[in-house]
Design a protein around this ligand. Structure first.
Ligand code: ADP
Ligand code: MG
Length: 258
């Protein structure tokens, strides 16, 4: 080892784009020397820190790219609030197999029943397993599709959506679309049939989807594809938001004033 060794090593690690090894090699080398560790054990540890950092960065990048509105996990989801929802089956959505099999999922239920919360928790769990996820509201997605069409870059947007493994479409049914918007959304769903998964949340039961897609034929064709291989959950019950706010009001009312 010459005086130049540390500098040359740093330069090489930089050139090879191994930033975590660059940051950690000194400290790990000292530890290895103290413990009389063999060279390969040191090299293994050094590569392990790089691999771990890369994995964490990739997960963070996937979560950022997915565009979740807020981070919600299942550890804060109270399944007792929706007793008719099969907890184990919902939790199974956090395992990537169904996306690998190009299955779809639908969460149908009234406002405040935890659809967005559950959809986000599923998406986050899958991002951690290497699944490419995109979270969009139905209205936001249609707006993006229409803008892309007007700006002659629809093909590019559709190609980008094709690279997504799981497209989460939240709040289908709250707003109805123009004929053109509905057709674009239909195209996205139709393109994904057996090629990519979608997770849809909606306040409308399937029987009322005709109002979203304007026309029974388009709706029937869509539902046929969408529900062919699909995990469907009815999230019915009281609004969690409503229940919590009533509970806190009741608590305040019964609490003796200090
Ligand atoms: P939806 O999308 O069905 O309208 P949200 O998922 O937005 O409902 O839920 C509304 C609020 O209530 C959110 O803050 C969410 O975290 C919370 N929430 C809903 N259901 C539950 C639940 N079962 N356990 C814990 N929090 C819940
Ligand atoms: Mg919602």
């Amino acid at each position: 080892m010459t005086d130049a060794t540390p500098l040359l090593l740093k330069a090489n690690l930089k050139q090879l784009k191994l930033p975590t090894m660059l940051a950690e090699h000194d400290k790990l080398a000292r530890e290895a020397a103290d413990r009389d560790e063999p060279y390969d054990a040191y090299l293994l540890k050094l590569t392990e820190v790089e691999v771990a950092a890369r994995t964490a960065n990739a997960i963070a990048a996937r979560i950022r790219a997915a565009g979740f509105p807020v981070a919600k996990e299942f550890d804060t989801f109270d399944f007792t609030a929706v007793p008719t929802v099969p907890k184990q089956k919902v939790l199974e959505l956090t395992r990537r197999d169904w996306v690998g099999q190009r299955y779809n999922a639908c969460l149908i239920g009234g406002s405040g029943t935890g659809k967005t919360h559950a959809a986000t928790a599923v998406g986050l769990a899958l991002c951690r397993q290497g699944v490419r996820v995109k979270f969009a509201t139905a209205a936001g997605l249609v707006t993006d599709l229409e803008a892309a069409q007007q700006q002659h870059r629809l093909d590019r947007l559709l190609a980008a959506l094709e690279r997504i493994d799981l497209l989460i479409v939240d709040e289908l049914g709250y707003l109805s679309f123009s004929r053109g918007g509905a057709e674009l959304l239909f195209q996205v769903f139709a393109d994904r049939y057996e090629r990519g998964s979608v997770l849809i949340t909606s306040n409308l039961p399937f029987g009322e989807w005709g109002t979203i897609f304007q026309g029974e034929r388009m709706t029937a064709a869509l539902l046929d594809r969408l529900t062919h291989r699909c995990h469907i959950f009815e999230m019915n019950g009281e609004s969690y938001r409503f229940r919590e706010s009533m509970k806190s009001k009741a608590d305040k009312a019964t609490k003796p004033k200090k």
